[in-house]
Design a protein around this ligand. Structure first.
Ligand SMILES: *[C@@H]1O[C@H](CO)[C@@H](O)[C@H](O)[C@H]1NC(C)=O
Ligand SMILES: *[C@@H]1O[C@H](CO)[C@@H](O)[C@H](O)[C@H]1NC(C)=O
Ligand SMILES: *[C@@H]1O[C@H](CO)[C@@H](O)[C@H](O)[C@H]1NC(C)=O
Ligand SMILES: *[C@@H]1O[C@H](CO)[C@@H](O)[C@H](O)[C@H]1NC(C)=O
Ligand SMILES: *[C@@H]1O[C@H](CO)[C@@H](O)[C@H](O)[C@H]1NC(C)=O
Length: 402
């Protein structure tokens, strides 16, 4: 029976700039022929994940990690890795797979364009915003790997990032070794000169190594001149956040792999918080704030300060006006009293004059008269001075008022 099924096909275009790595998923039953292919002729297949779901009750649990006796990943790598297209039938291509019984095989693979593949030894790879992932494999992959000389790749991430490596395929001289010391040819991963990982056989799920610093060295060592095995195919990517340039009127104070702190220049603040310092945190591959960062600005005059100021203005205005108003009132009162007394004095004077016409001698009348004249002149003086006061008070109040 010959069944052609490609059940699921999902495509995620990771990046269009400078080549791309496209992830594709195919799945089908154990006897189905699964077709793996890449749209672009210059792309190669890299197997990411292989999963088997048994349709037989009771078997589903024991699948993971106990693929007998050869892992379907090995068979799949042998048939497909590094090529542009291939076909795969689990029951035919993977020895010992009949032990798995009936079920669905799901394969997740990547199509990697040539410019994302580094197939040369002794090269440096610099990761950046545009190129944050790719593939390295030895020259000759997947047909052979050459030896007698170490093959070294140096991979650099941007500052404060790390490098993550995923060993998707490894097929060296040694096939099944139990101890690392028994490896004849080895793949080593070094960070700052220290070996942080070493192997000569495939693991499932594939081994993942993350550097502690921003760069790693991948070293393939072999003893033979030519080895008729595939060699290695490794997926690399940067881990962590890309550095954020300081906004306008601010500068970077501190940065490590997880946090970055910025301070505004003197006299400036971040407009949203009105504070001079800002710390951002890196979660996975992204900062916990929206970018770019807000530029620092001159601090706003806040509502509270405005209110306070207006109250103060009213207060100062009140104290400025109160004194002249009081003064005016006092002066009015004084004038009132003065006018009242003048009036009273006049009345008295009139009464006295009226009576003196009859019983006071002319001399005395004269005397009174002269006194009367004197008092009237005195009254005039008083009036004059009160008028002066009034004018003065007016002048004063005019001066005080704005
Ligand atoms: C396999 O089966 C499990 C549960 O039985 C399910 O959660 C999972 O999604 C299945 N995987 C695939 C690829 O179908
Ligand atoms: C296996 O795949 C077929 C079709 O591709 C689907 O109908 C079936 O549900 C799948 N079974 C399991 C256990 O995933
Ligand atoms: C980064 O610095 C912060 C604050 O000094 C510290 O808490 C954190 O552990 C540092 N992270 C790393 C990865 O060094
Ligand atoms: C802002 O950061 C600077 C430098 O780290 C520090 O000296 C200053 O005290 C901080 N200011 C506030 C308000 O936290
Ligand atoms: C981001 O993390 C920093 C440091 O922990 C914190 O002060 C800030 O409030 C966070 N920002 C957001 C938007 O969560």
């Amino acid at each position: 029976m010959f069944l052609w099924i490609v059940a699921t096909l999902m495509i995620f275009v990771q990046s269009v700039i400078s080549g791309y790595i496209e992830k594709v998923i195919v799945s089908g039953c154990e006897t189905c022929q699964l077709m793996l292919s890449c749209r672009q002729l210059d792309s190669i297949i890299a197997i990411l994940d292989v999963d088997f779901n048994s349709t037989e009750a009771g078997l589903a649990k024991k699948i993971h990690g106990t693929f007998p006796p050869d892992h379907p990943r090995d068979a799949l790598n042998k048939r497909c890795s590094g090529l542009n297209y291939c076909s795969f039938i689990l029951s035919e291509d993977s020895p010992g797979s009949e032990a798995l019984g009936a079920g669905n095989l799901t394969i997740k693979y990547a199509c990697v364009t040539r410019d994302r593949v580094n197939p040369y030894c002794n090269t440096k790879i610099q990761l950046n915003e545009l190129r944050s992932s790719g593939i390295i494999h030895n020259p000759g992959y997947p047909r052979f790997y050459a030896g007698k000389r170490d093959c070294i790749w140096k991979i650099f991430a941007t500052p404060y990032q790390k490098v993550k490596l995923k060993i998707l395929d490894i097929a060296l001289f040694d096939t099944r070794v139990l101890l690392q010391e028994d490896c004849k040819d080895t793949l080593e991963i070094k960070d700052s000169g220290q070996t942080i990982f070493s192997t000569c056989s495939q693991n499932d799920p594939p081994s993942e190594v993350i550097s502690a610093t921003e760069s790693v060295e991948v070293v393939l060592t072999s003893r033979q001149l030519i080895n008729p095995r595939r060699g290695v195919l490794i997926y690399y990517s940067s881990v962590g956040c890309l550095p954020v340039s300081a906004p306008k009127q601010a500068f970077l104070v501190f940065q490590n792999q997880s946090v970055a702190s910025y301070s505004c220049c003197k006299g400036y603040v971040f407009p949203d918080t009105q504070t001079e310092n800002r710390t951002i945190k890196c979660y996975g591959d992204s900062w916990n704030v929206s970018l770019p960062l807000l530029d620092c600005e001159k601090p706003e005059v806040s509502q509270a300060i405005l209110l306070q100021n207006s109250v103060k203005i009213v207060e100062t205005m009140a104290s400025d006006l109160l004194a002249p108003i009081l003064l005016m009132i006092i002066l009015f009162a004084l004038n009132g009293i003065v006018i009242f007394y003048i009036h009273k004095a006049r009345k008295n004077d009139f009464r006295r004059r009226g009576s003196s016409n009859f019983d006071i001698p002319s001399q005395r009348r004269l005397y009174y008269g002269s006194i009367g004249n004197d008092t009237s002149s005195l009254r005039g003086k008083q009036l004059k001075s009160s008028m002066k006061n009034w004018a003065l008070s007016l002048k004063l109040s005019n001066e005080r008022l704005p």
